[in-house]
Write a protein of this length. Structure first.
Length: 134
């Protein structure tokens, strides 16, 4: 008996384990030799700030959220009340493995997605990020 295929790109809430606003916006992004740093602010209270730091990553993509309408209409109800997701059965992870001729196929890559009112930021990494307030 064949196993049914899992639906691609299943968005699951990502529990950051730190208190944060459900309506964050990206303040700035820094990609340097120390990794990828994403700084976010509360869209209503700029004193509520959050930093997500990936020490290592395979790729990231920042897209104006208006260009992700096809994905938005397929997200679960209530998605707009949260900005942080992990994408299971990710087509982006599959693409990374294909582009690298699967030489990193042994790694357990995770697709993290940060959805704000202006940006849709996707990061694929083998390691979880460090998250803090600042």
């Amino acid at each position: 008996m064949t196993k049914p295929k899992s639906k691609m790109n299943q968005y699951v809430l990502w529990d950051l384990e730190v208190e944060h606003s459900p309506k964050m916006v990206i303040d700035r992004v820094l990609d340097d030799s120390n990794g990828l740093k994403i700084y976010l602010k509360d869209s209503l209270d700029s004193s509520n700030e959050l930093a997500i730091v990936f020490g290592s990553y395979a790729c990231y993509v920042n897209t104006d959220e208006s260009y992700r309408y096809k994905t938005i209409i397929n997200l679960p109800k209530g998605f707009s009340s949260n900005s942080f997701y992990i994408v299971e059965n990710s087509s982006l992870v599959k693409w990374i493995h294909a582009e690298s001729c699967d030489i990193y196929g042994y790694t357990n890559m995770t697709h993290y997605s940060i959805i704000t009112i202006s940006d849709w930021f996707d990061v694929v990494s083998e390691f979880p990020p460090e998250i803090s307030t600042y």
